[in-house]
Design a protein around this ligand. Structure first.
Ligand code: PLP
Length: 434
């Protein structure tokens, strides 16, 4: 083991990020001195309101938008849920009951659309290719005249793969124009993108000029605190509130504003713009060096996701013949934080829905680890990780009952994977119907 083991090497920046010291500093006065309610009539409260306006301007600048297009929420999940809810409410009068999304969304969209399905809404979940990318023709073909909303993430949290949301937004807008021309009451579909993983990593300043109707952000992914989020709603796009209460956020989201966190998010948005180049150049270089060295050092490892259309900070690696959970355990002991896409439910390990949608066999998907880098990572962090990881993999492989002799189990074959799933599904349905 490394002689001077650091306490924590944080390589899980897609899970959450450290609150930037500048952000913390900006927040403190609103937890100590300026604790007034911004809706109060007296000046002690009103003073706070001015800072909310400032924060709103800073977040709007991240998207090239105006303050009126920014609604503060409690998290990325709420923003996602609110966008879909709003579109369903707006288009209910036209009888729209269909949603288009993908098979690789975050659980915020995945579980909400599953709940809506149980309530009678129709959901089309578009497949992705072996490199995690989408086929634009599939998006266009999936939109029906009863589609209320198309919700497609900008960057995948597990693989970092980017979807061409600008082009998708235009496809949706054109479809909407067609439907409205045929029937003026037919107002949808709208386009929403979960952009939670993008700020500070890619330039978003063109958003307000694009055809995106709704976009979600989350404070804790960009060095602001947890528990604050943003919903961008394009000018003139109707937003029906999801959290109904007081008239906060111009009646678009009830609940007393989380002032300190919103101020912190404003500062974090400024920093994200200032540090965009750091992320795109320095952090990308760290990530690329990490991947290149591992690929040169270890046999039977693969990078998941399209190498070009990818966030600069994310690396999802398949280590064949090893269980990701065992790797994570060893890395944790070595002080390295990273994650696997597996959801551990009731003791059984389900492989990541993102990786299985890309056609990875269950065997390979169970050996995948996500490393996500960020502004506070240094060359020394990468050196340390590169020193620690190869012997861990070698040790785990030596203990593993799987080896190259079981190569077939690790086949990377989308068609075969799909066929297998379909057969399994047919067998399950037959058993249910018996
Ligand atoms: N969407 C994506 C792509 C995410 O990665 C996350 C968080 O992991 C969320 C939504 C949820 O954000 P929050 O934790 O703020 O609810």
């Amino acid at each position: 083991m490394h002689a001077s083991r650091p306490e924590v090497i944080y390589l899980d920046n897609n899970a959450t990020t450290r609150v930037a010291p500048e952000v913390f500093e900006a927040m403190v006065p609103f937890l100590t001195e300026y604790y007034g309610n911004p809706s109060s009539a007296y000046s002690f409260g009103k003073r706070v309101e001015g800072h909310l306006i400032e924060a709103r301007k800073k977040v709007a600048a991240l998207l090239g938008a105006t303050e009126r297009e920014i609604i503060f929420t409690s998290c990325g999940t709420e923003s996602d849920n609110a966008a879909i809810w709003s579109a369903l409410q707006t288009t209910a009068i036209a009888g729209k009951k269909h949603i288009v999304t993908t098979q690789v969304e975050h659980s915020a969209i995945m579980n909400q659309t599953e709940a809506l399905e149980r309530m009678g809404f129709g959901v089309t979940r578009l497949p992705v290719g072996p490199d995690g990318t989408l086929n634009l023709a599939d998006v266009e073909n999936a939109i029906r005249d009863d589609t209320a909303i198309v919700s497609i993430m900008w960057a995948n949290n597990e693989t970092g793969v980017l979807f061409p949301v600008d082009q998708i937004a235009t496809i949706v807008k054109n479809k909407r124009a067609q439907f409205t021309e045929a029937n003026p009451k037919n107002k949808g579909p709208f386009f929403h993108t979960d952009a939670v993983q993008t700020p500070g990593k890619i330039d978003l300043r063109h958003v307000a000029q694009s055809d995106i109707d709704f976009l979600s952000l989350s404070g804790h992914k960009l060095h602001a605190p947890k528990g604050v989020g943003v919903l961008y709603a394009k000018k003139k796009t109707r937003l029906v509130p999801y959290v109904i209460g007081g008239g906060q956020e111009r009646g678009k989201r009830g609940g007393t504003e989380n002032v300190a966190s919103i101020v912190g998010l404003g500062r974090a948005a400024e920093l994200a713009l200032e540090r965009l180049e750091d992320e795109q150049v320095r952090v990308r270089t760290l990530r690329d060096r990490f991947e290149k060295t591992l690929l040169e050092t270890l046999p039977d490892i693969y990078i998941n996701g399209n190498r070009e259309q990818r966030l600069p900070n994310t690396s999802n690696i398949a280590f064949d013949f090893v269980e990701a959970e065992a790797i994570l355990l060893d890395l944790d002991l070595a002080g390295i934080c990273c994650s696997s896409g597996s959801a551990c439910t009731t003791g059984s390990l389900d492989p990541s829905h993102v990786l299985t949608a890309m056609g990875l066999s269950h065997a390979r998907a169970r050996g995948c680890v996500r490393f996500s880098f960020g502004h506070y990572n240094t060359d020394a962090d990468i050196d340390y990780a590169l020193e620690v990881i190869p012997p861990i993999i070698a040790k785990r492989r030596a203990m593993s009952p799987l080896s190259r002799d079981h190569r077939d189990n690790f086949a990377y074959d989308v068609e075969a994977a799909r066929e297998k799933e379909e057969k399994l599904m047919a067998a399950t349905m037959a058993a249910i119907n018996e």
